[in-house]
Design a protein around this ligand. Structure first.
Ligand SMILES: [Zn+2]
Length: 274
């Protein structure tokens, strides 16, 4: 048994690679990430999970019910997406998709490979402006660009060594079949670390600025979030995205830093409109 464990550990370690998923951008996010599962597996899992979830939402009658709201969200994400290439070249070719789900909860997410959702609760309860929706989606998109889900899955595999060992010895096998479920679980249920949140906040404001959305809206968004939470049970999204004062301060500093990009984008939007 000991011998089995040693051999297996070597296999698992050999499967671990250190990568930097994105270019640093103006905000300068730069950190090596340890990965034990490939992007291809995670992205395929995300695509599968997303299509199952959207089919389920359709069946329950909560998928894209308000055409005006859907159009608004689609237009915002369509403006953000081309700017993802400032952080990684391949993102331009991802199968990006967004849907509005009628759930009265302050929540939004982006799965690996650019599969996004925003809940009506977020837009309505926060009375969110376009700039604020861009701030939310920019932040969620950044989680996908940085492959935070893949990184978290890798970390879980590291801690649950036995699972990794079995997967490594017998090929992906059962773990692979289950990967869609894991991606969905990591994206929707597990809280992000402060480090992941900070990276996404910074990349998010840059994406918004590049797309011509006021990056300072990230600050007002978080302030609104704090008010909505009030003394009551905080919304699920908020509990996984804690609005500490230092976070607001960081967003303020980084939105200031990308203001020239915003000014430039606004200039070209105005020029294009002539
Ligand atoms: Zn987040």
């Amino acid at each position: 048994m000991v011998r089995f464990f040693l051999i297996a550990s070597v296999v698992v370690l050999a499967g671990c690679q250190s990568v930097d998923t994105t270019k640093p951008g103006v905000v300068g996010v730069d950190r090596d990430q340890r990965m034990m599962v490939s992007s291809e597996e995670v992205n395929a899992g995300a695509v599968k999970a997303y299509s199952q979830m959207m089919a389920e939402a359709q069946k329950k009658g909560v998928l894209d019910r308000d055409p005006a709201m859907v159009k608004r969200v689609q237009e915002i994400t369509k403006r953000l997406i081309p700017h993802t290439v400032a952080f990684r070249d391949d993102a331009g070719k991802w199968p990006w998709e967004v849907h509005v789900i009628s759930i009265d909860e302050v929540n939004a997410w982006c799965m690996p490979a650019g599969k996004m959702a925003i809940y009506t609760g977020l837009i309505q309860k926060l009375n969110a402006t376009d700039d604020e929706i861009a701030a939310v989606m920019g932040h969620e998109i950044a989680h996908a660009l940085r492959e935070h889900a893949r990184e978290r899955m890798s970390r879980q595999m590291g801690t649950q060594a036995a699972v990794g060992i079995i997967g490594a010895l017998f090929g992906i096998g059962e773990m692979g079949q289950n990967i869609a479920g894991q991606v969905a679980h990591v994206t929707l249920n597990l809280p992000n670390s402060r480090l992941h949140e900070t990276e996404s906040d910074r990349i998010g404001v840059e994406l918004a600025a590049r797309a011509g959305y006021d990056p300072r809206a990230a600050v007002t968004l978080w302030e609104k979030m704090g008010k909505v939470a009030g003394g009551n049970q905080p919304p699920k999204w908020l509990s996984t995205h804690p609005p500490h004062q230092d976070r607001i301060n960081d967003l303020r500093a980084y939105s200031d830093k990308v203001m020239p990009l915003y000014a430039q984008a606004k200039g070209s939007v105005a020029a294009a409109g002539k």
